[in-house]
Design a protein around this ligand. Structure first.
Ligand SMILES: Nc1ncnc2c1ncn2[C@@H]1O[C@H](COP(=O)(O)OP(=O)(O)OP(=O)(O)O)[C@@H](O)[C@H]1O
Length: 244
């Protein structure tokens, strides 16, 4: 039987408009009254279509600035698309360096907020709470605002919420790039556990080893375009050739 489609994107694109001058002082503004700030367009994602099946683990490869994070944010609904549409079956969660977490809230509060965003009831979060805290190894900091956390601690908290309260479709953006060796080992082990079964995972990583080991298929991006989507080894070879 054909597997159910978890993510379907058709002709999605995204262009950012960035202002090049910073007329942010009164003097600057006065001197440049008739000279509006110049803006530049960055076509971060050019018309892209893809389909991902339920239960697939997909690697997303490409050099810095090739559009990987933009694609993930469009698929996860963080940004609206300029064109096209995205269809997702099930609940989603984007996990990267603290996105979706409020830095003014404590770790405890963030666990409850993230849990409710994932559709969990307070009682369900109560039941998972200790597991989330101990997996993240943040027992001592649970009532500390996360603005005082290191980037590795924020990543540990986010990953622990993702693993323990996780959604059907998980976007994991560079989660292995932070955290110490012990955390990275723990994070990788999750991919070998039953956690992964039935979940759809999109993994953005510069670690070819991780992509090769855990991804069923991989997408290779270059300058905002999806150049290849298919066999993991082929996508890795294309990425490595691009880095020559
Ligand atoms: N919020 C934003 N505002 C303006 N430009 C942006 C924004 N986000 C991304 N860009 C631009 O879009 C392009 C693609 O960026 P993106 O972060 O998607 O690349 P990436 O492949 O994830 O890179 P990396 O490997 O460095 O994380 C880049 O040129 C970047 O400067």
């Amino acid at each position: 039987m054909e597997k159910e489609i978890a993510i379907k994107a058709r002709n999605i694109s995204k262009t950012f408009h960035i202002s090049e001058d910073s007329h942010n002082t009164v003097k600057h503004r006065l001197f440049n009254l008739f000279n509006p700030p110049r803006s530049r367009e960055v076509p971060a994602l050019k018309s892209l279509s893809l389909e991902i099946k339920k239960g697939e683990c997909i690697g997303l490869l490409g050099r810095n600035g090739s559009g990987k994070s933009t694609l993930v944010k469009l698929l996860a609904g963080v940004y609206p698309t300029d064109s096209g549409y995205v269809n997702i079956k099930g609940s989603t969660m984007l996990m990267n360096l603290g996105v979706g977490m409020s830095h003014e809230l404590t770790a405890r509060e963030n666990i409850y907020v993230s849990g409710s965003v994932l559709g969990l009831k307070i009682k369900e979060v109560d039941a998972l709470f200790d597991k989330i805290v101990s997996f993240a190894e943040l027992e001592e900091f649970i009532d500390t605002k996360i603005k005082f956390f290191s980037s590795g601690m924020v990543a540990r908290l986010g990953f622990s919420i993702a693993v323990n309260a996780g959604a059907d479709v998980m976007f994991l953006d560079e989660i292995f790039a932070v955290g110490d060796a012990k955390f990275q080992e723990k994070a990788v082990k999750v991919f070998e556990s039953s956690w992964i079964e039935g979940r759809t995972v999109i993994l953005v990583s510069h670690s070819m080893e991780t992509i090769r080991q855990y991804c069923h298929r991989a997408a290779y991006m270059k300058k905002g375009e999806l150049k290849y989507f298919g066999d993991t080894g082929t996508a890795i070879d294309m990425y490595l050739a691009d880095n020559q």
